[in-house]
Design a protein around this ligand. Structure first.
Ligand SMILES: Nc1ncnc2c1ncn2[C@@H]1O[C@H](COP(=O)(O)OP(=O)(O)O)[C@@H](O)[C@H]1O
Ligand SMILES: [Mg+2]
Length: 244
């Protein structure tokens, strides 16, 4: 499990981005993280995958401070940026998928196996040789997800994965999220579009001004969202699904 302990981030201008935030993030769980714009969601994500250094406090992975884990934690905790296209670097889908494993010095045969698996799992086989720039929004996000999973990430954080997607793209990305969950990985979906994913979530966590202000079962926490300036999704949570 991943644990944030009194995690604090103070910017150069002294404002607090994260304020002694403590929370636990389990593997084998789909967690939805929400909160107003500027609450600190993306900043928290960057801390959890070791892209930021805390001003104080720490992040533990299975009890070990991530800063003392040799070789870093990128192969274990993956972050899919809000602008997924920024993390696509290959000239083709296949090449992009191979990039991460190659960085880790994986043998070619193993890379080839993993690329084949990833193409299959994330329904990208028809696009294997395509230039990523020609992919749809949903395909691009799936490629970004596949690109972090291929290196073995046990925990995957998706930052606003549904933004600017058409309904078909939303369904495709949601399928990919559920696929990760079925594989027994921990998944964090950062979103304000709760109607798209809450029916499938195990837990909902609300951030405000850099702290956790609510967490619990989605149906329990959803009713309290207006308290935090957030809209409660209309209808019964269990019945809201974007899947066919
Ligand atoms: N360099 C900076 N100096 C001061 N404040 C910053 C800086 N960068 C980001 N912030 C602030 O940090 C807060 C958290 O940002 P972010 O994690 O991106 O929010 P969210 O993802 O929840 O919308 C925001 O209020 C933002 O204005
Ligand atoms: Mg953000």
């Amino acid at each position: 499990m991943i644990e944030a302990q009194a995690l604090t981030h103070r910017f150069a201008d002294r404002t607090l981005g994260l304020d002694r935030l403590s929370a636990v993030f389990a593997f084998n769980e789909l967690l939805v993280l929400t909160g107003e714009n500027g609450a600190g969601k993306s900043l928290l994500a960057r801390h959890l995958c070791g892209l930021q250094r805390p001003s104080s406090g720490r992040v533990l992975l299975d009890g070990t401070d991530i800063r003392s884990i040799r070789g870093g934690i990128h192969s274990q905790i993956g972050y899919v940026f809000q602008d997924a296209e920024h993390q696509i670097i290959g000239q083709s889908v296949r090449e992009d998928l191979a990039f991460g494993p190659r960085q880790y010095g994986m043998p070619d045969a193993e890379i080839e196996n993993r690329v084949q698996d990833a193409l299959e799992q994330f329904d990208l086989r028809p696009h294997a040789d395509a230039d990523p720039q020609t992919l749809s929004g949903g395909e691009l996000r799936r490629l970004a997800v596949a690109g972090v999973v291929i290196s073995g990430a046990r925990y995957v954080i998706l930052d606003e994965p549904f933004s600017s997607l058409d309904p078909r793209g939303v369904r495709e990305v949601l399928q990919a999220v559920l696929q990760l969950r079925r594989q027994g990985r921990g998944v964090m979906v950062i979103t304000h579009e709760l109607d798209k994913v809450l029916a499938h979530a195990d837990r909902l966590l609300v951030l405000a001004r850099g702290s956790v202000v609510a967490e619990g079962l989605p149906e329990e926490v959803a009713g309290r969202l207006p308290q935090y300036g957030l809209r409660r999704p209309a209808g019964l949570i269990g019945t809201m699904t974007w899947l066919d």
